[in-house]
Design a protein around this ligand. Structure first.
Ligand code: ARG
Length: 281
């Protein structure tokens, strides 16, 4: 009997402790929970998107660039933005450069293989997004399918985190990086880019009612973003306190769970992800 009482007491104590602990563990809703997200008006930077390949793949990037620019010029790219309900901002006309004769075999290799292997991080709607059935859809996937048609090859998609895309492309593991990649001067030193096919911008996302109203309010705040992105580079260069995440959805969740004060991300993707989130709040 004594044993039974002792055991029951121990059990009760354990239960009480468990209840207390789980309370202090913070099961209470985060202050941000239930609040809608807002994209601030003022854009931080201009982001020209292009496709990238390894240095030396001159014939390949020339062919991809030609095909891409044809699709821009004949309105196909704009029509694809319309299809995904995204506003299209055309890039400045590419500088007329005398195309030098490319003598490398990178284009021939792709044609011989019969496929173009692209690297993408499919967490970036409306450019590339993973569907429940495992397929990747989006504006860039549609553009690439059209480019492949022009080249007479199949499209093969390899999925990875964004911070693996450019290193993999530079190492020649894939033919082309297709991932809403901003063609920055720094990146152009380590990879060949097409001329931009669209313009985007980096935006600040905050919970409704936040005291962050623009860039000037970011100092001293904590910010989430996706690892290896221009948003990440921008925030660190400005000395903000940054939490970077491999998956874009985790960067968003850091904000909605109140772990950070703001989320910095390219505006068109911000719009897609914020709309989807707000629809459920
Ligand atoms: N435009 C930004 C960059 O080049 C973000 C791209 C993120 N892309 C993605 N598929 N998650 O750094």
């Amino acid at each position: 009997m004594k044993k039974f009482i002792a055991l029951s007491l121990a059990l009760l104590l354990a239960l009480a402790c468990f209840a207390a602990c789980s309370k202090t563990e913070g099961n209470e809703p985060a202050p941000e929970a239930g609040k809608k997200l807002v994209i601030l008006e003022e854009p931080l930077t201009a982001e020209p998107y292009g496709f990238a390949t390894k240095l030396g793949n001159d014939s390949l990037i020339q062919a991809i660039n030609e095909a891409t620019q044809e699709l821009v010029a004949d309105g196909t790219v704009k029509a694809l933005f319309d299809k995904y309900n995204a506003p299209y901002t055309a890039p400045a006309a590419p500088e007329a450069t005398q195309a030098k004769e490319a003598t490398d075999d990178s284009l021939q290799k792709v044609k011989d293989a019969g496929k173009l292997v692209i690297a993408t991080s499919p967490d970036f709607p409306p450019f590339e997004e993973l569907q429940d059935d495992g397929t990747v859809v989006g504006i860039e996937i549609d553009v690439l399918n059209k480019i492949c048609e022009k080249l007479g090859v199949e499209l093969e998609i390899q999925q990875m985190d964004f911070d693996s895309v450019l290193p993999g492309v530079q190492a020649g593991k894939f033919d082309l990086g297709v991932s809403g990649i901003t063609a920055t001067e720094e990146r152009k030193e380590n990879a060949l880019f097409t001329d931009p096919y669209c313009m985007s911008a980096i935006a600040i996302v905050v919970p409704e009612g936040s005291d962050i109203k623009g860039k000037d309010d970011l100092s001293g705040k904590t910010i989430s973003c996706q690892s290896g992105t221009t948003a990440d580079t921008f925030c660190r260069a400005n000395g903000y306190t940054v939490s970077s995440f491999q998956a874009n959805s985790d960067a968003q969740m850091a904000l909605t769970s109140g772990k950070v004060d703001a989320w910095v991300i390219d505006d068109l993707t911000a719009k897609e992800m914020v709309d989807a989130y707000n629809a459920g709040v």
